[in-house]
Design a protein around this ligand. Structure first.
Ligand code: MLT
Ligand code: ZN
Length: 466
């Protein structure tokens, strides 16, 4: 590393927070799936926004591209280095500030974990609208940068809908400050909305102002065993119509449940297996259990329903769904696809995707689960080599032919950029490229994520001379 770059980075990060030792770097170099990894030239861990700005400015000057990284829970290879980038870790930006208990708003540093924020706001009667299984590691900055979805999108929307203000460092080191954030602010382009879901390619998110939701402590969960996904969607329709406060509607199948039972050492939920499992959660100020039970009464066999209202029992039922990710990864390195289908096509998709995979990639094992309430299924494929894109291609083309999206919530990263044009038209992609060029003309921020941009290579002006 050029001595001047090193001394500027050290000044920005402080001792112990700039490292190029392979052992120290390694946990920043492989993503959660283990399918994507690469070598970082160094890892920089600045403590605050000024430090992030100084790192970005120095790296731009020395032509070192940066991969911003939060909790490294990404699943599409978008937050790990690929070809000579440095990792810019945001984890030290972990302050929670300016909590407004009247308005229900809070400002979180990019490195605050979702769980830390939940634990901070819940005692005050507020909650975070987005929740997901990786809450202990996923950071607010990463969740905004990827527009994370999770299990409550049907009620509160994805991360972008929670954001009312943002602070971010642009590619030239300037700080874009849209904090504290106003609920009504019609003064030009919606930059926080643009940065949400930009996957670290347009700016580095450093702080976020979030709108909170009222905490709803009265909760009821039902886990149902059903004969098919079509039957599960029918029951879900009844719950949507008749049970107020529906917050989550998740599905999984026997092949995923078997992995969870085995790897998490859990007892089976029902005495006999079912073709599809639906988990619904309702929440409100008043006990939602009677309305949920009434909504389910006429449409399901009571022997195939488990109810839970206490925290411990709810967690026990949720574990069957939430532990899918770790159970699948314990079995092998999966290809993780994350697709949305139009509601009317979701039930038919299940059989179609299994058949398409059996034909295009025989011997692979599909494990499906996901967020039935938003038409979002996670198609995990075991048994394919990490670099064999045959199964991915088969699934994503099927999804596009049915009018769906190739990424519902995980993003494009590097994993899916080859297929971006299946569901984004030429004008869309042209506009996105123009935005990238305008905001990051030197291609310093997360190059090669979402799309490749010819001619956008970081300046090598001072890279070699150190
Ligand atoms: C989930 O819904 O659990 C997450 O999207 C993680 C995953 O897909 O594995
Ligand atoms: Zn998900």
């Amino acid at each position: 590393m050029h001595p001047e770059l090193r001394s500027r980075l050290l000044a920005a990060c402080g001792p112990g927070h700039l490292f190029d030792d392979p052992d120290l770097r390694s946990s920043y170099e492989t993503d959660w799936t283990r399918r994507f990894s690469g070598k970082a030239v160094f890892v920089a861990r600045p403590p605050d926004t000024a430090g992030v700005a100084a790192v970005v400015a120095a790296c731009r000057e020395f032509g070192v591209p940066l991969v911003p990284q939060g909790g490294n829970t990404g699943l599409v290879g978008g937050s790990i280095p690929r070809a000579g980038e440095a990792v810019l870790s945001l984890r030290r930006l972990d302050r929670i500030e300016d909590f407004d208990p009247i308005a229900g708003e809070v400002t979180a540093g990019a490195g605050v974990t979702l769980q830390a924020l939940q634990e901070f706001v819940r005692p005050h009667g507020w909650d975070v609208g987005v929740d997901l299984a990786s809450r202990a590691s996923a950071t607010i900055g990463g969740m905004v940068a990827t527009n994370a979805g999770g299990v409550r999108v049907i009620r509160y929307g994805p991360m972008r809908h929670q954001v009312i203000g943002i602070e971010a460092v642009l590619a030239d080191g300037a700080v874009l400050a849209r904090l504290p954030g106003l609920l009504k602010d019609n003064t030009g382009y919606d930059l926080p909305g643009l940065l949400a879901g930009s996957e670290g390619t347009l700016a580095v998110v450093t702080r976020v102002r979030l709108r909170l939701i009222p905490a709803r402590p009265a909760r009821a969960v039902a886990l149902l065993g059903l004969p098919s996904l079509a039957a599960a969607l029918e029951v879900l329709g009844a719950v949507r119509r008749r049970a107020p406060g529906l917050e989550a509607a998740e599905v999984f199948f026997p092949e995923g449940l078997d992995l969870v039972l085995r790897h998490a050492r859990l007892a089976a939920p029902f005495p006999r297996p079912h073709a599809c499992y639906l988990l619904v959660e309702c929440a409100g100020a008043d006990d939602p259990a009677p309305a949920l039970a009434a909504a389910l009464e006429s449409s399901v066999d009571p022997a195939s329903v488990l109810f839970a209202t206490s925290r411990a029992d709810r967690d026990r039922l949720w574990a069957y769904r939430e532990r899918h990710t770790e159970a699948i990864s314990a079995e092998g390195i999966p290809h993780k696809l994350d697709v949305t289908l139009p509601a009317s096509r979701l039930a038919g998709f299940e059989a179609l995707v299994r058949a398409r995979l059996a034909e295009a990639a025989p011997g692979t094992r599909p494990i499906l689960f996901g967020h039935a309430g938003d038409g979002n299924l996670h198609v995990n494929i075991l048994g394919a080599a990490p670099d064999d894109e045959t199964p991915d291609d088969a699934v994503l083309r099927l999804v596009a032919s049915l009018g769906g999206s190739i990424s519902a919530e995980h993003g494009i990263g590097v994993a899916k950029k080859r297929w971006l044009n299946l569901t984004r038209g030429p004008a869309d992609i042209q506009a996105m490229r123009a935005i990238k060029r305008a905001l990051d003309p030197a291609g310093i921020l997360n190059p090669g994520v979402i799309f490749d941009l010819e001619g956008l290579t970081p300046p090598a002006r001072r890279r070699e001379d150190g």
